[in-house]
Design a protein. Sequence first.
Length: 244
Amino acid sequence: LPWEALPVFAPAATVTRDFSIHTFGFRQQSPHKDPAGAVGPSSVKYLVDLHAEDEVPDPPHPLRASPGMRESVGEGGWFRKMPYGKDWSGITGEPEQLPGEKHMETLLSQSQALLYFGMGRALSYLPTQVVARTAMLNCKLVMLVDQFRTQKVISNQIAADMRIGDSQVRLQQPYETAALFAMRGVSCVLLNHLPTLADHNFGFLTSLMNKMGQAAGTLAAAARAAAESPAPLGADAKPKSKPT
């Protein structure tokens, strides 16, 4: 089992790994940090389906019960109807129009908590150079809800990997991605290690919203609880919290 599962850590609100004592010490001494866990659930900035690639199958597919990513955060979407979700803001991909690097850089620099909800590897859509040059000292939590791949996304990813070369591809791997965000000042990074299904990612977000709506608390505590028990999705799956 991972060491986070040891009984001694059970009472802790959050358990995270770090890359080295030096990195941990730097973050603890940073004058830009508020007390750990002080980020509220309404503080999230998001990056959603940046290349507008997510398409809900028609007719429905047995492995896809969740709605579209962009539909979820759009006007009248599921996020907007949930407690706290109406206060979230960010960038949603649009067909035929990619978001500009300056826009993404500004969003990252202003984030106390950042959610990437999209296709493939997060840093193949959010450029590594944008993260590398952006100070994120005020950002306590990054949630990369990624690694969902369709056949089209896989084909595009292979072509993109051939253009950028092995060194850039390595930076997009989970450990390297977490390390890059940590070096830019982020306190904690939550991400997928392996390819997954759209319903699994949406299940995590459903559980995250439910945990935030059931009791007052920090975003970090809700994220940990959601990662440990993502909501199952199916024809009758619904968020437990009452929309506002």
